[in-house]
Design a protein around this ligand. Structure first.
Ligand SMILES: Cc1ncc(COP(=O)(O)O)c(C=O)c1O
Length: 457
């Protein structure tokens, strides 16, 4: 793809460079000049927008294939996976695609996580090390097992768990380390695995938002003792509600398969209900949709790769905008959410939220703030409810709970040591599925807002 602007041309065309941060442009060619013409007035201030056509096409995307597949399941009268093939066939297909020995499908990512914790023996009195910057489901499963979620602060560069702080959080009660790969951006999983290995602690990866993201050629969700994926409708591979539990340990995965199926032995070596369990099974309808969606997903994922990388390259030419940090050179982001670092010092101290507001007025659906989950799960009311519950009071000493409450302050996520880092993000899942012209519109709008940022103060 031909580059729209180079970092050098950006700098050359900005008469003031970064002095004061207002980016005035004097050049007259290419996108830059076009943006310059249109940018005589920002849409937010009454000018005409870069783009009028919406990026928000309906999601999820489906066609006759999903309809036929659903009808086939319906007409088969085998709606429960115990009598059908779709769930068990997809388990095999997904395990192969992810590169693991076993996949157990569930009715959600939450239940995949909770089955993992249960089968790893997490229970009252235990501690699970995790991140406060995640969707609440990650924390709910820990608390519902009557274990303490021990929060480790985030890396200000990524918003993901700071792997360097994990070792200090390990105690003799640590049962599991539960890192989260957010929105297609992998956590520092190799370092996490090495700390966990040193202390012989299992890792459950929450890869619910990050199907097909990779580190050194290996898919996230396949590094840990188990890995969990969500197929809930807002994710990138979807069937309404659904989840997958991945792993290579034959015996553990046998227990996981049993756990989601009321304790039945998947190997049928033991009769009756030999294992603890519940019913977290996926239905044949979900699997029928998922099977078709997976075909579509592979192609969508490639398109997002191509567009995401191109957009990152273009936007990185704007001083003050940077792609997200990767923990190793060979990292594959999946851009479920397309995220960028935003350094307001380069933009007249205009906050990311204001910069994003101007982009939205230009027709580009971008949000801006300090991080994805603003407050952090350690601030949620449900935590204190758990700590006060009978189950927690009998499982943990008063002194432990007091110490725990005192530990719920972390400088980076609480912003008591402000990193000054902010981010811009966009639903890449949908916006990055279009043609190159869409991506060029996004770049053009960013350039236009960057050049006129002084008018936003
Ligand atoms: C990080 C994370 N973990 C767990 C889950 C739970 O997945 P599900 O909604 O499929 O139960 C989600 C879903 O949003 C998630 O984003």
């Amino acid at each position: 793809m031909r580059s729209l602007l180079t970092r050098r041309s950006f700098m050359k065309k900005t008469s003031a460079g970064l002095t004061g941060a207002a980016l005035a442009v004097t050049g007259t060619s290419s996108l830059y000049a076009n943006a310059g013409n249109k940018s005589s007035k920002l849409a937010l201030l009454g000018g005409s927008p870069v783009r009028r056509r919406s990026f928000n096409q309906p999601w999820p995307i489906f066609d006759d294939n999903e309809e036929k597949s659903l009808l086939k399941a319906l007409r088969s009268r085998n709606w429960c996976c115990l009598r059908g093939n779709a769930v068990y066939d997809f388990q095999k297909e997904f395990a192969r695609a992810m590169g693991v020995r076993h996949c157990v499908l569930t009715n959600g990512g939450t239940t995949a996580l909770s089955a993992s914790l249960h089968c790893l023996g997490v229970g009252p009195g235990d501690e699970v090390i995790t991140t406060p910057n995640t969707f609440i489901a990650t924390i709910n499963v820990i608390c519902n097992a009557h274990a303490l979620p021990v929060f480790v602060d985030i890396d200000p560069d990524t918003g993901l768990i700071d792997a360097d702080l994990i070792e200090a959080a390990i105690t003799e009660d640590t049962k599991v380390i539960l890192p989260v790969h957010l929105a297609g951006f992998p956590a520092d999983i190799e370092k996490i695995m090495s700390v966990a290995g040193k202390h012989n602690i299992p890792v459950v990866e929450d890869a619910c938002q990050s199907v097909f993201a990779e580190v050194n050629g290996r898919k996230v969700g396949t590094f840990g003792t188990t890995g969990c994926i969500s197929f809930q409708e807002w994710k990138s591979l979807v069937c309404g509600e659904g989840g997958a539990l991945l792993g290579n340990d034959d015996e553990l995965m046998r227990r996981c398969a049993a756990f989601v199926n009321n304790g039945r032995d998947p190997k049928r070596a033991r009769r009756g209900y030999p294992f603890p369990g519940s019913n977290h099974r996926m239905t044949e309808f979900q699997a029928a949709v998922l099977t078709e969606q997976f075909k579509r997903f592979k192609q969508q994922d490639e398109t997002r790769q191509k567009n995401g990388k191109y957009l990152e390259r273009e936007l990185a030419k704007i001083p003050g905008i940077k792609p997200r940090k990767a923990y190793c050179e060979k990292t594959r982001f999946t851009y479920v959410t397309f995220e960028l670092d935003y350094n307001k010092k380069h933009f007249n101290n205009v906050p990311a939220s204001r910069f994003a507001e101007a982009l939205r007025a230009e027709g580009i659906p971008v949000s801006g703030r300090a991080r994805r989950y603003s407050n952090g799960c350690h601030k949620e009311g449900m935590l204190e409810e758990h700590l006060e519950s009978h189950a927690f009071r009998v499982s943990f000493s008063r002194a432990r709970l007091k110490k725990y409450r005192e530990s719920l302050h972390m400088p980076i996520i609480d912003n008591t040591r402000p990193s000054g880092k902010e981010m811009l993000f966009m639903e890449g899942k949908i916006a990055l599925l279009g043609p190159k012209k869409d991506i060029d519109d996004i770049t053009e709008a960013f350039v236009k807002v960057a050049k006129n940022v002084d008018k936003l103060t």
